[in-house]
Design a binder for this molecule. Structure first.
Ligand SMILES: [Ca+2]
Ligand SMILES: [Ca+2]
Length: 520
């Protein structure tokens, strides 16, 4: 219309032209003004969004002061965080193994859905899951700057070159296991090939923590906080490697614990007499020594003390990062979440390591603190690491992603007694599940064998009640996931399959009369 007016000759039409030109200009200005207001309000909205500090421990079981898992453990910084936030005392991993556990919590899907059961593959290499929006990507898509330090994914420590959509926008410390490393292992050769990671003890000897890789993970996170650009909210991670083996710590952390049997967990020698034999299939042959080897080689006190020392050292690193958060004035507007990917046995049920469906493997620390989280709460309702994704999205008012399999814990973060009907479910390879309610742990193995523990009265899960409580079994079985996918293509390491009644561990058939490896 305006263009047409321009082409008409004559005073009236010229007037029309000027009028219309003025209107165009006016509309342009209004549009500009509106866009500026919109941009300003969006950026101020995003500037006021809470930051997220995502803190991870590796293979940390419930031996944390505020969780009561070990009477002597010293974790003052984690306990202080729990005291000003909400601690989930009945939180469980979705898998007792790094890759499936971490993939699950980072993409919000169960291992029994993705088929990621082993230490391989990396989920982006699976065509079906390559484009999943991970937790940090969801934050990046909504105006956050994302920062990675240390171990968050199982094996990803830097940005893959061929990836358009980065896992994180900024990469800090890579970290690593057992760095610095002693010139040779500190303990005697272990079964299953004397694996380099199966080691523990005082190292380095100079009592200097600053050369340790987890010190560097904390330091880099601190440096990022000290230099954080203003104006955009951040999602910053610090993923620590300890207390994953090798459990090396300096002498000062060992000095926190007596060098005697008082630090050992209780472990009745006959504890597996009432447990199905198929429980052995989930950890059939592994580098982690059985308790028999540990005792024969006089390593029980040494291992437990090394694990406890490592936990206290990591607690100290967490304290350093929290101090930097505070010093930079971020504490009031930052949601802190602390988690571990799964637990670890230190002799209970006659083994060391993970890969079981019992409490020591599945029960993990899970603490939230910050805006929107009530302080000083303990929530005993079941919670899953899978819930972190929808919870953080909910707390930061990000768009809801319908495909996520977790449930937001925001109701419990404001009221620890808010109703939650779903139990916590852990799987370890196809067909093996643990289901935990407030009162019970139910375990179902791939061959149909079952266990049941009254976790309210039998915290250590010593007495299998499966044969005595048919009604409870019936109720718990209803929670077995309907989706139970086998290992995805490319799966390897700690993969168990079971076809036509034949268990196969890492590609080798487990014979009906085969003795348990390294146990006899
Ligand atoms: Ca782990
Ligand atoms: Ca028992």
């Amino acid at each position: 219309m305006f263009l047409f007016s321009r082409e008409v000759v004559g005073t009236t039409s010229r007037l029309l032209y000027f009028k219309s030109d003025y209107i165009v200009l006016l509309m342009k200005q209004i549009f500009l003004l509106l866009s500026t207001v919109l941009c300003l309000s969006l950026s101020s909205l995003s500037a006021h969004k809470p930051n997220v500090l995502f803190l991870a421990m590796d293979d940390q079981n419930d031996w944390i002061g505020c969780m009561g898992g070990h009477p002597l453990v010293k974790t003052p910084n984690i306990d202080a965080l729990a005291a000003r936030g909400t601690l989930f005392t009945n939180a469980h991993t979705q898998s007792p193994l790094c890759n499936p556990a971490r993939t699950s919590l980072m993409v919000g899907l169960r291992p029994s859905t993705t088929g990621i059961h082993g230490l391989a593959p990396w989920f982006r290499d699976v065509r079906q899951w390559a484009d999943l929006v991970s937790l940090p990507q969801h934050f990046a898509n909504n105006g956050y700057q994302t920062y990675s330090n240390g171990k968050i994914y199982h094996s990803l420590r830097h940005q893959p070159a061929d990836m358009d959509d980065p896992e994180f926008q900024h990469w800090g410390a890579i970290g690593g296991f057992g760095i610095p490393k002693p010139p040779k292992k500190l303990i005697p050769p272990t079964p299953f090939g004397d694996h380099a990671l199966m080691d523990w003890g005082v190292w380095p000897l100079d009592n200097d923590d600053t050369t340790k890789s987890d010190w560097e993970v904390a330091s880099k996170a601190i440096e990022m906080l000290d230099n954080m650009p203003k104006g955009k909210p951040f999602f910053l991670t610090a993923g620590f490697y300890l207390p994953h083996v090798p459990c090396y710590a300096t002498q000062k952390w060992f000095d926190l614990y007596p060098d005697d049997a008082s630090i050992l967990p209780k472990m009745p020698k006959n504890d597996r007499d009432d447990v199905p034999f198929s429980s052995w299939w989930t950890h059939w042959s592994l580098p982690e020594p059985r308790q028999k080897w540990i005792e024969e080689n006089d390593q029980d006190i040494n291992l437990v003390r090394s694990y406890l020392a490592s936990t206290s050292f990591i607690d100290n690193q967490i304290g350093r990062v929290l101090e930097a958060l505070d010093r930079n004035g971020f504490t009031d507007n930052t949601i802190i979440v602390l988690w571990s990917d799964h637990g670890y046995h230190l002799g209970e049920k006659l083994i060391t390591g993970k890969n079981t469906l019992w409490a020591r493997s599945t029960r993990v620390p899970l603490i939230f603190a910050g805006p929107g989280v009530k302080g000083g709460q303990k929530c005993n309702l079941p919670a899953e690491l899978l819930d972190m994704y929808p919870t953080l999205a909910d707390l930061c008012d990000l768009p809801e992603l319908k495909h996520l399999e977790g449930i937001s814990l925001v109701p419990q973060l404001t009221n620890a007694n808010a109703s939650r009907k779903r139990p916590a479910i852990t799987s370890h390879n196809q067909g093996n599940f643990s289901i935990v309610s407030e009162k019970w742990r139910y375990i179902h193995y791939v061959d149909g064998a079952e266990e049941l523990y009254d976790i309210e009265n039998d915290y250590d899960e010593w007495t299998n009640l499966a044969s005595q409580k048919p009604d409870v079994l019936k109720k718990m079985r209803k929670w077995l996931p309907k989706i139970d996918n086998g290992p995805v293509e490319g799966s390897s390491h700690r993969v168990l399959t079971y076809y036509h009644g034949v268990p196969v561990w890492e590609g080798k058939i487990i014979g009906e009369n085969d003795p348990v490896p390294h146990d006899d």
